[in-house]
Design a binder for this molecule. Structure first.
Ligand code: NAD
Length: 263
């Protein structure tokens, strides 16, 4: 399949590791020029170096905190300065801390809204005018399967992420004829470094083996295994491709069949 991504300029948010990094690598492997961002300069530069050497792609690394009001603007400005345009935008950021409703304070809601919703909204707002002018663009939001089926213990994520889907659907209505598509990828249990760290910390607090905890976490998944970050990235690359030109407003779960919903 020709993805039509050669020489396209793709901004991938929160991409120094995990699913964001895999999405950046997937797009770079298709010949896109990639703009990566994250907060930690050292880790970001080493991820960018790895991407350049493994794919031969042109990669720009921009240090930015997406929760900082100026962070998204810095990324978009740097992308435009270097490449002159943005064709593809993948929104992503770190997940909020797990906690039950009883522990959530008002400032946790505000912080999570800033991180999960506003960071993506700002990137979209800044990248969209160039895409509509070019009459071609792809926006893909990385959210979570918790948007379809709430996951116990992560009330902040369960509640706030869904608002981004409301935004994407609204943009489909407003920009349907613009040549820009708006979709989301919903990862399920994905074995990223963060997930390995979470399993290690749960193992420490429960005294149970991390391997055993990982197997337990896959019991509700018909495929009985976690996704690799590359499996999630493959869905992102497809939705960013020319082949997905008539797909917009879709929320694509990459979750091994979890949930058992008919649609
Ligand atoms: P990760 O911790 O491995 O990677 C997160 C990336 O985001 C890193 O590059 C980090 O530097 C960057 N980042 C975090 N906060 C940032 C900020 N404020 N500004 C800029 N960059 C920032 O995490 P992951 O497992 O790849 O998850 C990515 C997202 O997907 C998270 O929101 C997570 O909650 C969500 N998610 C993950 C899973 C899973 O099983 N791994 C499942 C569903 C949803």
């Amino acid at each position: 399949m020709d993805t039509g991504l050669r020489d396209k300029v793709a901004v991938v948010a929160a991409s120094s590791r995990g699913i964001g990094f895999a999405a950046a690598r997937g797009l770079a492997s298709e010949g896109a020029r990639v703009v990566m961002c994250a907060r930690d300069a050292e880790r970001l530069e080493s991820a960018a170096t790895e991407l350049r050497s493994s794919t031969g792609a042109e990669v720009l690394a921009v240090v930015a905190d997406l929760t900082d009001p100026t962070g998204p603007g810095r990324v978009v400005d740097a992308a435009r300065e270097r490449f002159g345009r943005i064709d593809v935008l993948v929104t992503n950021t770190g997940g909020p801390p797990p906690m039950p409703f009883s522990q959530v304070r008002e400032e946790d809601w505000t912080r999570t809204f800033g991180s999960l919703f506003l960071s993506a909204e700002k990137l979209i707002r800044l990248a969209l005018p160039g895409m509509t002018k070019a009459r071609w663009g792809r926006v893909v939001a990385l959210t979570s399967c918790a948007c379809r089926e709430p996951v116990p213990g992560i009330v902040l994520s369960n509640s706030i992420r869904i608002s981004l889907h409301g935004l994407l659907k609204s943009l489909v209505l407003e920009y349907g004829e613009s040549g820009v598509t708006f979709n989301a990828v919903l990862p399920g249990f994905t074995l990223t470094d963060r997930m390995k760290e979470l399993l290690a910390s749960r193992s420490k607090s429960s005294g149970r083996n991390p391997q055993e905890l990982a197997v337990e976490a896959t019991q509700a998944i018909p495929m009985r295994r976690a996704a690799t970050p590359d499996e999630v990235a493959a869905a992102v690359v497809f939705l960013c491709s020319q082949a997905a030109s008539y797909i917009t407003g879709v929320s694509l779960p990459v979750d091994g069949g979890r949930g058992g919903f008919v649609l």
